[in-house]
Design a protein around this ligand. Structure first.
Ligand code: GUN
Ligand code: ZN
Length: 448
């Protein structure tokens, strides 16, 4: 879509799948919305109308309509936890978390002291998100403020809704990757003023994890959160057993890992913690009560041998915690939320549970929008929301076409097709990505 058409009314016709509620808590027949022949009307980047084509046809008879037949159109995927500086070191062999950080991650992140390098990777990273159908992400950067600036600048150029923040680290990492707590506090204030709510961008206070922060730094992170209550807090929590042991040695006064963040005022309904694999019942309960969220990162958890996240416990009817998926690249092995869902399914299977396709697609869309308190803007096709959406090709490869020869009109059959899509699909299945109603990525017939 060209700039010239941006402000005009236009529409997409096709088969739409989204969610009106949480299929972990409400029957799928009531939480899933499937319009086999629907029309999405877009005005100035927002959804003006969404219904069956039949219902809207007369009202929008003269509209410029793009039709996708045989594809499935979903709200854009949301990646709830990803490290853009680790793009280049994805798939680094052989270590668990703490060794992996020292051997591969910290030296790679040090390269971001060079602003031009940072911009090159930021640009590649955002294009990779779009190629994979990810339209919003919660992103870790590095300790260098310019690594935040270039990411936001590149996201702004692409008109993306993105959340990020400077990484805070004051100990237990090489000197070249440590910031001074007071200087970082001032830098954060400046970055928040510069970027928070600028266009579609939002800021996250980002202490890397308890191990790399001193009491002083976490205190100042809490001060920042109190000064700017609607910024996010983004960190890691309870990923690896050695990490937990080290954390309790560093913070012996705390009864568990979560309490480290609680003590500094860092756990609220705008806090997102990656992993949460080894949490106690009490920690799950406190996360639920606070309205905080966990980013479930299955490809990373398998890759680093961290453990199996208990999605069943997190999404219990009695005490649900907000959950979304994180790719966690570079410990995660794919930018694709489809591949992430496939590994999530296997992680749940290994624990004797089940994850339905609709539950998985919910987590990658409306579930994550809710986790970010952005469900008034993102995550479904409700009128008034921002028109970020993706067109998925269920027959993207010969094998997928064999498994899914046609797109069904029935919800029951769709559950099976959508499951095959998430198990077999990847970036090749993302036929098109739209940002605010504008085409931002497309696989042209000659590309495939
Ligand atoms: N914990 C602290 N830093 C990191 C990181 O970069 N990746 C992962 N997976 N866990 C972390
Ligand atoms: Zn991470």
């Amino acid at each position: 879509m060209s700039d010239a058409t941006h402000s005009q009314l236009h529409a997409i016709r096709g088969s739409f799948l989204d969610f009106v509620d949480d299929p972990f808590l409400i029957a799928e027949s009531e939480s899933v919305r499937y319009l086999a022949d629907g029309l999405l009307v877009i005005e100035n980047g927002k959804i003006k109308a969404f219904d069956h084509y039949e219902t809207l046809r007369d009202q929008y008879a003269d509209l410029d309509i793009t039709t996708y037949s045989g594809n499935l159109i979903l709200p854009g995927f949301i990646d709830l936890h990803v490290h853009y500086p680790q793009t280049e070191m994805i798939a680094a062999h052989g270590e668990q978390l703490l060794e992996w950080l020292n051997k591969y991650t910290f030296p790679t992140e040090a390269k971001f002291r060079d602003v031009e390098y940072a911009r090159t990777i930021a640009s590649f990273f955002l294009d990779e998100l779009l190629r994979n159908g990810t339209t919003t992400a919660l992103v870790l950067t590095t300790i260098f403020p310019h690594s935040v600036d270039v990411l936001f600048e590149e996201a702004q150029r692409r008109d993306m809704r993105l959340i990020a923040g400077q990484v805070l680290m004051t100990r237990n990492a090489p000197d070249f990757l440590l910031n001074d707590a007071k200087i970082a506090y001032e830098q954060n204030r400046e970055l928040i003023r510069k970027w928070h709510h600028k266009d579609r961008l939002l800021y996250a206070i980002t202490p890397r994890f308890a191990i790399t922060s001193t009491n002083e730094e976490l205190t100042l992170a809490g001060v920042l959160k109190a000064e700017f209550p609607d910024v996010y807090v983004h960190s890691h929590l309870s990923e690896n057993l050695k990490e937990i042991e080290f954390t309790s040695a560093l913070f012996p006064e705390n009864k568990d890992y979560l309490e480290v963040y609680e003590r500094f005022g860092l756990v609220s309904d705008r806090s997102i913690f990656a992993h949460g694999i080894h949490l106690s019942d009490s920690e799950f309960e406190r996360l639920s009560n606070a309205g905080a969220a966990i980013a479930f990162c299955p490809t990373s958890n398998l890759f680093l041998g961290s453990g199996l996240f208990s999605l069943g416990k997190a999404k219990s009817i009695e005490q649900p915690v907000n959950v979304g998926f994180g790719t966690d690249v570079g410990a995660g092995t794919s930018f694709s939320l489809l591949q992430t869902m496939a590994d999530a399914y296997k992680v749940i299977q290994l624990q004797g549970g089940q994850l339905s396709a609709f539950q998985a697609f919910y987590l990658a869309t409306l579930g994550s929008a809710r986790a970010l308190s952005l469900d008034d803007k993102l995550g479904s096709f409700d009128g008034g929301k921002e028109a970020d959406f993706i067109v998925l090709d269920l027959q993207a490869t010969p094998l997928m076409a064999l498994r899914n020869p046609t797109l069904t009109a029935s919800l029951e059959d769709l559950a099976s097709s959508a499951f095959a899509l998430m198990m077999l699909g990847d970036d090749r299945a993302v036929k098109a990505t739209y940002i605010k109603g504008n085409l931002a990525h497309e696989i042209k017939p000659s590309d495939s």
